[in-house]
Design a protein around this ligand. Structure first.
Ligand SMILES: *[C@@H]1O[C@H](CO)[C@@H](O)[C@H](O)[C@H]1NC(C)=O
Ligand SMILES: *[C@@H]1O[C@H](CO)[C@@H](O)[C@H](O)[C@H]1NC(C)=O
Ligand SMILES: *[C@@H]1O[C@H](CO)[C@@H](O)[C@H](O)[C@H]1NC(C)=O
Ligand SMILES: *[C@@H]1O[C@H](CO)[C@@H](O)[C@H](O)[C@H]1NC(C)=O
Ligand SMILES: *[C@@H]1O[C@H](CO)[C@@H](O)[C@H](O)[C@H]1NC(C)=O
Ligand SMILES: *[C@@H]1O[C@H](CO)[C@@H](O)[C@H](O)[C@H]1NC(C)=O
Length: 804
């Protein structure tokens, strides 16, 4: 234990040393500095490491997306939400600790992540570089001794254009994806191949221009094509002019107002002006006042409609592909087969609906009946839009850019198999009123869906359909609503939120008063357990949800700071992580409210005397814990290292789905410290700690990978690995190393009987050989002494998935 303590001191000391080393060459915090000299750097660690334009409008430095994710950005110093105008690495944020940007002596400017990975760099040539400077315009320029510009951020816009910053043949705006699941987004403002300034939806499998009006030729849109100059600028008074004759002007045009032109993540282009009084932005011009005209919002097969705010829905027979991301659209629940022997197809209609593009054939002045026959004859036709006055029939090979707006003189007809209809019809009638149609009636009804809507049967039929669809839509709503609430980064809700200005979404996480929690736990009566950070009590909230309440010792942060920190953890939602539902920070009390997990911890189930858990349950635990950790490490914006993964911190629900608890603690405890990079306060548990704990290298997520490796071994062997060492004089780590070597050696051999000797004897041989082998193999990889050799948790999850 003594050597352990000593090592921690050593660790602490090393960090202090490293820190003072980094501080030395950085910008001094005196007055307003608007330049960065050759050889100096900015780092995340020091809040003062920010340079500001001389007039104070813009700042350049590390911008916190969350408490641990940062981008190197230029932002408006004086806007309430510190709006970003430019980012070097918006698709690839860097970690809070140890990331820095440096203007090297050789003239390169390099942004490195905590582990030294180069995330971004500019390649201004050679030693002529003298300094980087943030201009009053918001332009970051790298200059040589003579003041000539070698590189400037204005040439590389992200989603925002500042006054006097041009869009050119090469510089375009690309929207930012709020969900951060795919790098960048699909919307861009750029000159197209006719040199007309256009908004494009540039998706993975399809691309459309949607502004200016794609139904018109450029001259009808008052645009001039083929002027090779290709330049578009917003000037100081709020007027935008482009070489293709695109012209617009802010409603508040005039000098002295700070503006920005931003291509928002909903594909709409907005000109914002800064309100000096409350420092908020207001929209002074917008490209689309009717957002449903923006392409791609609702994805394949999706329909955008106003209710009255815009929202997406699916046609009948289609369901949403991903409730969290409507841009993935809807998918049919049936298969269309074609040709002889194929199913009989019928049509379901949607009034006042249009789908833009993907036309197979267009026929003027034809009857609805002909239109239908044409679509039936063509295998490629999945639907058609029939427009009245003048009559027109548009056969569709695919459905994209759907919108339903009242007053639209057309209807969309979707091809569905007759069998699908009768199937779902029966399903509906089972659900509602037990109404059953006889077959003959069904036939006429189906036929009439496209013809005679006034028939009585049709009415009934519509009624049931309506109920069914209503029910389905409701379900979708509840599901997606739940999804939205559970993640703050839901792309769609933010899209619509952006519509009314930026609005912060509230989620389920809340703060509790101490009194409330005392009542919920009946004055901390039922103690569930006692951990290193404090005791846990069972409680029941007033809405009768059962929760676990943890009283924390040892937290030295102030109330607000602590609450802010925990709210980050509160945003994390994953099936394999115990949900933090709330916090209480009052006076000296620091409590956390957790989701209550019905079953015991893995430690109890595995080592306790309740009888061993089955192999398939253990395997499920192995895969689930991997998923939870992968999410902590890579999935959410806030990278979190658990630092204390062990069977005591893994809970099992009634289905033996594992849930990791106590994550984020390392960070919580670490925050109160003077030096935030020190993990000295955080301790792993003996037997689960990676070798680098006792060395001076910074801890990375790979310490969790190591602990996970130990847990895997214990899942297979059914006993504590650290206890294996007790009989000999060796310590837990060398015992592990021994095991790891043994596994590696044996893996090589063809004879697999050794596995039986390894597996928990209490299973009586009731296990799956291949699964045990996989778990042991992963375990050996995770237990690598060299942290760089251990796999990432994403990789581990992949391994489990590929074996399913
Ligand atoms: C970022 O830092 C600012 C102050 O430095 C703070 O007010 C803000 O809450 C932080 N944002 C996040 C997402 O952590
Ligand atoms: C600098 O050069 C590297 C490799 O040549 C390239 O990947 C990178 O995008 C360049 N950086 C910038 C900002 O142009
Ligand atoms: C340029 O735009 C203006 C107003 O938008 C329009 O009146 C004018 O006719 C356009 N010029 C051409 C050549 O289309
Ligand atoms: C292209 O646009 C610029 C700026 O509007 C104008 O000066 C120039 O004459 C145009 N070129 C042609 C060939 O029309
Ligand atoms: C559609 O076809 C695929 C493969 O051909 C099949 O797996 C799926 O179950 C079918 N779906 C329906 C609703 O029949
Ligand atoms: C489009 O419709 C016309 C008239 O019905 C027909 O002659 C033509 O072959 C169709 N084209 C395609 C590609 O189906």
């Amino acid at each position: 234990m003594h050597t352990m303590a000593a090592s921690f001191w050593f660790l602490n000391l090393t960090f202090l040393l490293i820190c003072s080393f980094i501080i030395a060459p950085t910008v001094a915090d005196v007055g307003r500095v608007n330049y960065l000299h050759k050889g100096s750097s900015l780092s995340v660690k020091h809040a003062s490491d920010v340079i500001q334009s001389l007039d104070g409008t813009f700042s350049f430095g590390f911008y916190n997306l969350s408490s641990t994710a940062f981008t190197l950005s230029i932002w408006f110093t004086n806007s309430a939400d510190r709006t970003i105008a430019w980012s070097a690495n918006r698709d690839r944020p860097v970690h809070g600790t140890g990331s820095k940007v440096k203007l090297n002596k050789d003239g390169s400017m390099v942004l490195t992540d905590y582990d030294g990975t180069v995330v971004w760099q500019i390649n201004a040539s050679s030693a002529e570089v003298n300094h980087a400077e943030l201009m009053d315009s918001g332009n970051l320029v790298v200059k040589d001794r003579g003041g000539n510009i070698l590189w400037q951020s204005f040439d590389h816009p992200t989603d925002t254009l500042l006054p006097n910053q041009p869009i050119t043949a090469t510089a375009k705006l690309v929207s930012t994806d709020l969900s951060h699941t795919h790098p960048s987004s699909y919307y861009a403002l750029r000159f197209d191949d006719q040199y007309v300034l256009s908004l494009v939806y540039d998706g993975p499998d399809i691309s459309f221009n949607y502004w200016p009006n794609p139904d018109h030729s450029s001259w009808m849109n008052y645009r001039i094509s083929y002027n090779r100059s290709r330049r578009a600028v917003l000037d100081n008074i709020g007027q935008f002019v482009a070489t293709d004759n695109t012209t617009f002007r802010a409603s508040d045009w005039g000098l002295e107002i700070k503006r920005r032109l931003t291509l928002d993540s909903d594909g709409n282009l907005r000109l914002y002006s800064l309100n000096k009084l409350d420092r908020s932005w207001y929209v002074s011009w917008v490209a689309f006042s009717k957002p449903c005209d923006i392409h791609g919002l609702c994805g394949w097969n999706g329909i955008c409609e106003y209710s009255p705010t815009p929202r997406c829905s699916c046609p009948r027979g289609y369901i949403v592909s991903d409730p969290g991301d409507w841009r993935k659209g809807c998918k049919p629940v049936f298969n269309i087969t074609c040709g002889h022997g194929g199913q009989r197809m019928i049509f379901l209609s949607n009034p006042q609906t249009d789908f833009w593009g993907c036309d197979l054939n267009y026929t003027m002045s034809t009857s609805l009946h002909n239109c239908k026959e044409m679509c039936l004859e063509s295998c490629a036709c999945v639907a058609f839009v029939y427009k009245t006055d003048p009559n027109g029939c548009f056969l569709k090979s695919a459905l994209f850019n759907g919108k339903a707006v009242s007053g639209y003189p057309g209807k969309a007809y979707f091809k569905v198999p007759e069998s699908f209809l009768s199937r779902s019809h029966k399903y509906d009638s089972d659900l509602y009123h037990g109404h059953v149609c006889d077959a003959s009636k069904k036939k006429t009804l189906n036929y009439e869906t496209t013809h005679n809507r006034d028939g009585k049967g049709t009415m009934w039929y519509y009624y049931y359909w309506f109920l069914a669809v209503f029910f389905l839509v409701e379900l979708c709503f509840i599901a997606s609503g739940w999804w939205f609430m559970s993640t703050q980064q839901s792309a769609r809700s933010e899209i619509w939120a952006a519509e009314e200005g930026y609005r912060v979404l509230t989620d389920h996480f809340r703060s509790f008063t101490h009194k409330e929690l005392r009542r919920a736990t009946k004055n901390f009566k039922e103690k569930l357990g006692h951990g290193r950070h404090g005791s846990v009590y069972k409680g029941t909230l007033h809405d009768s949800r059962v929760v676990a309440v943890k009283k924390l010792n040892d937290v030295k942060q102030g109330e607000d700071e602590f609450e802010a920190e925990v709210s980050v953890i509160g945003k994390i939602y994953h099936m394999n992580l115990v949900r933090v539902m709330g916090v209480c920070s009052e006076g000296k009390h620091r409590l956390l409210v957790f989701e209550y997990v019905e079953n015991d911890s893995l430690a109890m189930s595995l080592f306790g005397d309740k009888g061993p858990i089955q192999w398939h349950q253990r395997y499920k635990v192995a895969a689930g814990v991997a998923k939870g950790l992968a999410y902590l490490h890579h999935g959410c914006m806030d990278w979190i290292i658990h630092c204390d993964l062990k069977p005591e911190n893994i809970f099992l629900d009634l289905d033996f789905e594992p849930k990791i608890s106590d994550f984020g603690f390392a960070k919580l405890l670490q925050r109160g410290q003077a030096d935030s990079s020190s993990m000295s306060k955080v301790r792993g548990t003996r037997g689960y700690m990676a070798p680098e704990w006792v060395s001076s290298v910074p801890l990375t997520e790979k310490v969790d990978v190591y602990s996970y490796g130990v847990v895997l071994l214990e899942l297979v062997m059914g006993c504590r690995v650290s206890e294996l060492a007790v009989d000999g004089s060796e310590d837990a780590e060398s015992a592990l190393r021994q095991l790891e070597c043994t596994i590696r050696e044996k893996m090589e051999s063809d004879d697999l009987t050794w596995v039986d000797g390894f597996v928990d004897p209490r299973l009586n041989g009731d296990f799956v050989h291949s699964e045990v082998l996989l778990v042991l193999e992963v375990s050996a990889m995770c237990l690598e002494k060299e942290k760089g050799q251990r796999p990432s948790m994403n990789h581990v999850v992949q391994k489990f998935l590929s074996c399913e």
